[in-house]
Design a protein around this ligand. Structure first.
Ligand SMILES: Nc1ncnc2c1ncn2[C@@H]1O[C@H](COP(=O)(O)OP(=O)(O)OP(=O)(O)O)[C@@H](O)[C@H]1O
Ligand SMILES: [Mg+2]
Length: 144
């Protein structure tokens, strides 16, 4: 394989990063660190501030709200786009996030996700549970 093909193959491999996390609060900070690392490697650090907040909200929701048996974990998938990143946080609980009225107890997380992301949504996972995803672009960029 030529140097150029090897470099291209490496780039293609590094467009998607998948991680699994135990169902514990400390996983939120660990996932944030992985996201920062991915964004830096992809030249997307300009999207970091918003992307990290969005990921924190989605991860916190998975940790706090998803009812998971011990052996089930949370999965994050970060995908590089040209001008932004798509983040998915998957868990094995079938119940889907619901935008709530914001009150003193909370209900702000998804409103923040909606505000900071270009788009977000939920879709069922093939086997069990759902994937909550959001796309965040760098200023002046667009996820393509
Ligand atoms: N991964 C999830 N699994 C199951 N239910 C979820 C999940 N994420 C969110 N929800 C539901 O959607 C609701 C709204 O989520 P949101 O993040 O907006 O508010 P919150 O988590 O209740 O409060 P806050 O984020 O302000 O601390 C939650 O109260 C919960 O019922
Ligand atoms: Mg929340």
């Amino acid at each position: 394989m030529s140097d150029l093909s090897a470099a291209l193959a490496r780039c293609q491999v590094d467009v998607r990063r998948v991680h699994r996390w135990i169902h514990e609060p400390r996983s939120v900070a660990l996932a944030r660190a992985e996201l920062r690392d991915a964004l830096s490697a992809w030249g997307l650090s300009a999207a970091e501030d918003d992307a990290v907040v969005v990921l924190s909200e989605l991860m916190t929701n998975a940790v706090v709200h998803a009812r998971l048996s011990d052996e089930r974990c949370i999965e994050t998938v970060f995908c590089r786009g040209w001008g932004g990143v798509r983040m998915a946080v998957d868990d094995a609980d079938e119940r889907v996030p619901q935008l709530r009225d914001q009150d003193v107890e909370g209900g702000r997380g998804l409103a923040i996700v909606a505000e900071l992301s270009d788009r977000w949504g939920v879709h069922p996972r093939r086997r069990l549970g759902k994937s909550v995803w959001a796309i965040v672009s760098a200023p002046g960029g667009r996820y393509l």
